[in-house]
Design a protein around this ligand. Structure first.
Ligand SMILES: [Fe+2]
Ligand SMILES: [Fe+2]
Length: 266
């Protein structure tokens, strides 16, 4: 058996809301019960993991920083450390202050960071645009420069990248209107690290899809709230009839990358 490097759980789009009756306009489901069931199921996994990667849309359009205290209360029940990304419905400053415990003087406009676990490099990119009415993603030139320096470096470590938006088109017109608008530029940079890149993990689309281009695999994950179903050329959004939340368990060995899909029992 090939030795394991690490295992992490990929969750996304929990869309918690300070109003407990909030359902939004696309579903009749309130988010918190499903998210809490998902957390319980992750905590009950019959094996140890290293961390949770939350690829954003932690909350839906919070007005106040303090609203993230509810997310901290709910997601703080996870037994392992959680690494957060900012989604288009988030506030990157509030995530840093409330969920990551950063002091005010260390909070930055963009939530970009990297860390290492078990010899694996993890890069987290902030693709959100700090305007609550803009839902497509964008990376600033300095963010691409930062990523380029990391990817071009002679680094032997396996690499994992997290970002909220889909970087490559799903060829689904309605959802491609809210794509990472310079995802193609990001992809070209990632090619510099293609030999060690184990996957790009993202959320935003509320569906599990794998896209493989030029030897780089992009994996999305279900939402902690409600699910969509897309297809090639689809013009009108559609929800998945099976509404259960889901998460992915990602295991890296020296040789391989495994992405296992879980649904949450409600
Ligand atoms: Fe979302
Ligand atoms: Fe999103």
């Amino acid at each position: 058996m090939t030795a394991k490097l690490l295992t992490f759980v990929h969750i996304s789009d929990t869309h918690l809301h300070s109003d407990p009756t909030y359902t939004g306009e696309f579903t009749t489901i309130v988010p918190r019960p499903g998210v809490e069931a998902m957390i319980q199921q992750i905590n009950d996994l019959p094996f140890e993991i290293d961390f949770i990667l939350h690829t954003g849309d932690v909350m839906t359009d919070p007005q106040e920083t303090a609203e993230y205290e509810m997310a901290r209360e709910v997601l703080g029940k996870l037994r392992w450390p959680v690494y957060y990304l900012a989604g288009n419905h988030d506030r990157a400053d509030a995530i840093q202050q409330v969920l990551m415990g950063r002091s005010r003087d260390t909070i930055r406009a963009r939530l970009d960071y990297e860390f290492e676990r078990s010899g694996v490099q993890v890069i987290c990119l902030d693709s959100s645009v700090p305007d609550p009415d803009i839902h497509f993603g964008h990376l600033q030139p300095e963010q691409l420069d930062w990523l380029d320096a990391l990817c071009a470096a002679p680094d032997p470590r396996p690499l994992v990248v997290g970002v909220h938006h889909h970087a490559l088109p799903l060829e689904t017109p309605w959802i491609d209107r809210i794509i990472l608008d310079n995802g193609e530029a990001m992809h070209r940079i990632l090619l510099k690290a293609q030999h060690r890149l184990r996957g790009v993990f993202y959320g935003h689309i509320h569906e599990s899809v794998v896209t493989v281009r030029d030897g780089i695999s992009y994996y999305s994950v279900l939402s902690g709230w409600f699910q969509t179903r897309t297809w090639h050329g689809q013009e009108i959004p559609q929800n998945e009839p099976l509404t259960l939340p889901g998460f992915n368990v990602v295991t890296l060995t020296e040789k391989d990358t495994f992405v296992r899909y879980y649904r949450v029992k409600m």
